[in-house]
Design a protein around this ligand. Structure first.
Ligand SMILES: [Fe+2]
Length: 219
């Protein structure tokens, strides 16, 4: 399945099919928070926000492969990535392969001043590709059994207790921190620009949430 508008760089069709088949094998073509479509959106975002062509290609590959940690154990990941990268123009000892692998292994961590250029793009792309309504849908997909909010204290933003740490409400607040928290802030100028409507939408969603509960005198 090639999503409409999907960019596939030259000589990367076989690699693209390989990644799709791997997601299919793990029952993750178009379902769950880390499905093939998420990988495609992250790769596409990475392509769009990268400034240099060489970074575009590496960050696109990293985006396509960044769900790897959801499907394979730590022990299995290096072998899988080696196999996947053998289908790209970059041989396993190349600087590009090293940067791609590093970015995949670190993409879920907070910003770090030692992040390589591919990691910087992948972290931003992973954050911005699903802002707005998709962010809310994915939060629900990730935590289908979580509370939507803390019913006794709905305005309670960050609750680290087991029940509410992954509530939909807390997750939206967490995403909004990407706008200002230096550890999570976007770093690529194009990503910062692209994310603006997403942050506005999520703030509006929280306002609507508050208004709805206030109408019921439950805020
Ligand atoms: Fe992701």
């Amino acid at each position: 399945m090639k999503p409409k508008g999907m960019i596939i760089p030259q000589y990367m069709e076989i690699f693209f099919d390989f990644v799709e088949k791997d997601h299919e094998k793990h029952n993750a073509l178009a379902r769950g928070g880390h499905d093939f479509l998420h990988a495609c959106r992250v790769a596409q975002s990475a392509w769009i926000i990268s400034e240099k062509y060489s970074t575009k290609v590496c960050a696109w590959i990293a985006g396509m492969l960044h769900n790897t940690d959801r499907f394979y154990s730590e022990k299995e990941i290096p072998n899988f990535l080696k196999r996947a990268l053998s289908l790209t123009p970059f041989h396993s000892q190349s600087l590009e392969s090293t940067m791609i692998i590093e970015s995949i292994l670190n993409h879920h961590k907070p910003n770090d001043e030692n992040d390589n250029e591919v990691t910087i793009v992948l972290k931003d792309a992973d954050r911005i590709s699903d802002l707005e309504i998709i962010q809310i849908i994915r939060s629900a997909q990730f935590h289908p059994h979580s509370f939507i909010y803390d019913p006794e204290n709905p305005s309670h933003v960050v609750d680290t207790s087991k029940d509410f740490s992954s509530s939909l409400f807390t997750n939206i607040h967490r995403v909004l921190e990407w706008e200002h928290d230096p550890k999570m802030q976007l770093r690529n100028p194009k990503a910062i620009e692209m994310a603006k409507p997403g942050f506005i939408f999520l703030k509006q969603a929280l306002n609507d949430f508050e208004r709805q509960l206030a109408l019921l005198s439950m805020w």
